[in-house]
Design a protein around this ligand. Structure first.
Ligand code: ZN
Length: 156
């Protein structure tokens, strides 16, 4: 018989083996000094583990947790009835801020396009100059080759 695994040895020590298997294992233990030594070591380990003192808590942890679970948190109060529109105040402020940002963006965009939205001086700006703002090379920029920048011939 080959030597048993540690799990089988542990089962033997804990008396968890079936009687026929235990009898076969006893036969092997009589003939194998290695397994006898393993059995002695495992028995000594179990004995020393059982001899360790059990730690004792100085307080009742379950009672403390029960107290915490059944009390109201201090920083949180229940919602009052009739809070009404004041509960939605942060949402209203956010919407107002977003609206102001949108209006100012439209106004600044109108200024960038030469005041077309406001009329007046916009008539002096030609439509071609407005489109040039979105060209790959901005007005005043340098272009190494006209083919790269897709400039029509004759343009500076
Ligand atoms: Zn063995």
């Amino acid at each position: 018989m080959t030597c048993p695994r540690d799990t089988d040895l542990s089962a033997y020590v804990d008396h968890m083996m079936k009687p026929p298997e235990r009898a076969r294992f006893n036969g092997h233990l009589q003939a194998c000094p290695i397994c006898q030594q393993r059995l002695d070591d495992m028995t000594a380990l179990g004995t020393s583990l059982r001899a360790l003192p059990s730690p004792q808590l100085g307080f009742d942890l379950a009672a403390q947790w029960n107290d915490r679970l059944h009390t109201q948190p201090l920083g949180r109060r229940p919602a009052r009835a009739g809070a009404g529109w004041r509960g939605w105040m942060p949402v209203g402020l956010a919407g107002l801020t977003t609206g102001l940002a949108l209006v100012s963006g439209l106004w600044l965009g109108g200024l960038m396009l030469g005041g077309l939205m406001l009329g007046g001086a916009a008539a002096s700006v030609s439509g071609g100059a407005l489109v040039r703002v979105f060209d790959p090379i901005p007005p005043g920029g340098l272009c190494a080759a006209a083919e790269i920048c897709r400039l029509p011939k004759g343009m500076p």
